[in-house]
Write a new protein. Structure first.
Length: 202
């Protein structure tokens, strides 16, 4: 019951404050990608909030939207989060984040749709698709479809960012209606990394 109430409140908060919501999914690299983007947005002077990687997956959007603790279990904690959500709706917060960076981890079939129902992304980033946790999805096709639902949730004026060095991900480029940008190491990428040097600090 509490999850459904907060999901509804999250949609209202998103509509009121209209933050840039960047959703990140993938078999690996989600936390690193969010950390890198957070550094870039902060350097640009933006107010940013990200969902902690330790956060329970189904509550990641709620933590990002409401700025609530990573773990809320008791009835009292749930009510505290609800009150915080209502305050955001009743009063205008001048410090509300301009950017929300959220990890959308598809751990079981259908989970991505539930996450999207709480918080719809303005930008979707797919970092990788690998046979991690494949036993819960039965096939790579079903796992790919689950992650692809995040990209399909982005509106026409939004962006989908794809790790184009992965052929499986690159195939998704023509399956979304929004604008697409690819990144990677090969020459065909829209954004390409080159002359990478790795140094070790003592």
């Amino acid at each position: 019951m509490f999850d459904k109430i907060l999901a509804i409140l999250a949609r209202f908060v998103q509509r009121k404050y209209n933050p840039l919501v960047v959703g990140v999914t993938g078999s690996v690299g989600k936390t690193t990608t969010i950390a890198a983007m957070e550094s870039v947005f902060l350097a640009a002077g933006k107010r940013v909030r990200s969902s902690p990687h330790r956060c329970h997956n189904m509550r990641a959007p709620l933590v990002a939207v409401f700025g609530c603790p990573e773990s809320f279990i008791s009835v009292v904690q749930w009510w505290i989060v609800i009150v915080r959500a209502l305050r955001l709706l009743m009063f205008r917060s001048s410090t509300y984040p301009e950017v929300l960076l959220v990890e959308y981890a598809a751990t079981v079939p259908g989970e991505m749709e539930r996450l999207i129902s709480m918080l719809r992304p303005s930008v979707a980033v797919i970092t990788s698709i690998a046979p991690i946790g494949l036993e819960r999805f039965e096939s790579m096709e079903k796992l790919t479809r689950e992650m692809m639902s995040l990209a399909k949730a982005v509106s026409l004026d939004g962006w989908v960012v794809l790790a184009g060095d992965d052929p499986r991900i690159l195939e998704l480029k023509n399956k979304v209606q929004s604008r697409v940008v690819t990144y990677g190491l090969t020459e065909k990428m829209d954004v390409r990394s080159a002359e990478i040097h790795v140094t070790q600090q003592e």
